[in-house]
Design a protein around this ligand. Structure first.
Ligand SMILES: Cc1cc2nc3c(=O)[nH]c(=O)nc-3n(C[C@H](O)[C@H](O)[C@H](O)COP(=O)(O)O)c2cc1C
Ligand SMILES: CCCCCCC(=O)C(=O)O
Length: 401
């Protein structure tokens, strides 16, 4: 296992060919990879380990799940056109993002309530990510407090995702706690002020984030606790009620983003941007980055596939701030395509959760190592030696897949 890097360290992922070699050599000694390399097979293995409701919560989407499926199909409509006979001996996957040099254009997406997946939940994910120098984004609705997760991450890079609560003082308290605990950016998720219509969860009346699994950051917050008639330890229901009533800040508007600037020095990114006009508005509001995402197809059934939205947002932003991407990243080629279409980096979502379910911390690390190896090989075999040299000319768009 590699050591946790210190802040500012640049951990180079090993070349994909080295990882292939390790896998083959271990195989010759009878040690096959612990986790399936195929992400669909990995999901099947995770399903065997999880309760049916936890599996469906992660795997499911909004409505008929057409947008969730469209996210994956959109990648098939773009094809890489590999170039031959360049010198591909020295490769560099690193990218610059908000003043940090990342080992690869990869971060871990915020995913809530991870204790329904594995008892070590976000602690395991934070350790795995830190061991590779990959930033992870901690959800507001995490199962461990943001301070506990920061300790697990050691010096590893980490950002905090904010579900902006209606109570302004509580909102300020959350971002200031994140800043004190060494989180390097605030990611404000805009697409989940109400929960989408999710038939799989509704069918089971399954709401994990209303149980203690998703309330760690609320119950540990002095501002949140202040006016409760009883402490959450004596009686959890007033706390749950308060959480529900303050979760979706339905009157929040663009102008309110200035409030964050007054309460944190950290860079602010907006997650859930799909429309070019919203991207322009985000730049005008002075945010530091946007994340093109449809929340993995969990919010608006029938919404545009995230990859289809990416070129319009990139054009609207016109290089003024970095554009990140998620919703549908499943293999190295997907990262190549998103970066070629203008994303500075991508967020990995469900696949690392399947790794967590099957193998805990080691499982997450293995998913990440395989993803990085796959990315390195796909990039090199396509004729590129650095992520920063990728552009739209690497791709063609099929008429219809
Ligand atoms: C089970 C689950 C929980 C999630 N929780 C959060 C969350 O707490 N905050 C957030 O901003 N996004 C959350 N997301 C959305 C992810 O950050 C990301 O946008 C999505 O997983 C990308 O889609 P993909 O996993 O299909 O690639 C969640 C997604 C899943 C699958
Ligand atoms: C009360 C809503 C919490 C949403 C929690 C996690 C999430 O984003 C998801 O997609 O599920």
């Amino acid at each position: 296992m590699s050591e946790t890097p210190h802040e500012g360290d640049h951990v180079s992922p090993p070349y994909g060919s080295e990882r292939q070699f390790q896998i083959y050599m271990a195989g010759l000694q009878g040690q096959l990879p612990a986790l399936p390399l195929d992400v669909q097979e990995l999901e099947r293995r995770a399903k065997e380990r999880l309760s049916p409701e936890a599996y469906d919560y992660v795997a499911g989407g909004a409505g008929a799940e057409d947008t969730m499926q469209a996210n994956l199909a959109a990648f098939q409509r773009w094809s890489i056109v590999p170039r031959m006979l360049g010198n591909i001996a020295q490769r560099d996957l690193s990218v610059e993002l908000l003043g940090l040099r990342l080992p690869a254009p990869l971060l871990l997406a915020p995913i809530g309530v991870q204790s329904i997946i594995h008892p070590e939940a976000e602690l395991a994910v934070a350790r795995a990510a830190a061991s590779l120098g990959i930033p992870f984004i901690l959800s507001t609705v995490s199962s461990y407090t943001l301070e506990e997760v920061a300790r697990a991450a050691g010096g590893g890079p980490r950002w905090f995702q904010l579900y902006w609560p209606a109570d302004a003082e509580f909102c300020a308290s959350l971002v200031q706690r994140a800043e004190r605990a060494g989180y390097g950016a605030i990611v404000v998720t805009l697409d989940t002020r109400l929960i989408g219509w999710r038939p799989r969860d509704l069918q089971r009346a399954y709401l994990p984030f209303l149980q203690a699994q998703g309330l760690a950051n609320y119950l540990s917050d002095p501002v949140f606790r202040r006016d409760l008639p009883q402490t959450p330890e004596e009686n959890p229901f007033p706390a749950i009620q308060k959480y529900v009533s303050s979760f979706g800040h339905l009157t929040l508007q663009w102008e309110d983003l200035a409030f964050l600037r007054q309460h944190t020095q950290l860079p602010v990114l907006l997650k859930g941007i799909l429309h070019p006009d919203d991207a322009r508005r985000a730049v005008e509001c002075g945010v530091d980055g946007v994340i093109v995402s449809n929340h993995g197809g969990r919010q608006v059934a029938g919404a545009i596939a995230a990859l289809e939205a990416l070129p319009g947002v990139v054009e609207a932003v016109a290089g003024r701030i970095p554009v990140l991407f998620d919703s549908g990243i499943r293999q190295g080629a997907d990262i190549v395509k998103a970066v070629a279409l203008g994303a500075r980096a991508v967020l990995l979502g469900r696949p690392y959760i399947w790794g967590l379910a099957v193998g805990g911390e080691a499982g997450v690390r293995e998913v990440l190592q395989n993803m990085l190896a796959d990315l390195d090989l796909t990039l090199a075999l396509s004729g590129f030696v650095s992520v920063s040299s990728l552009d739209r000319s690497a791709l063609v768009k099929a008429e219809r897949a």
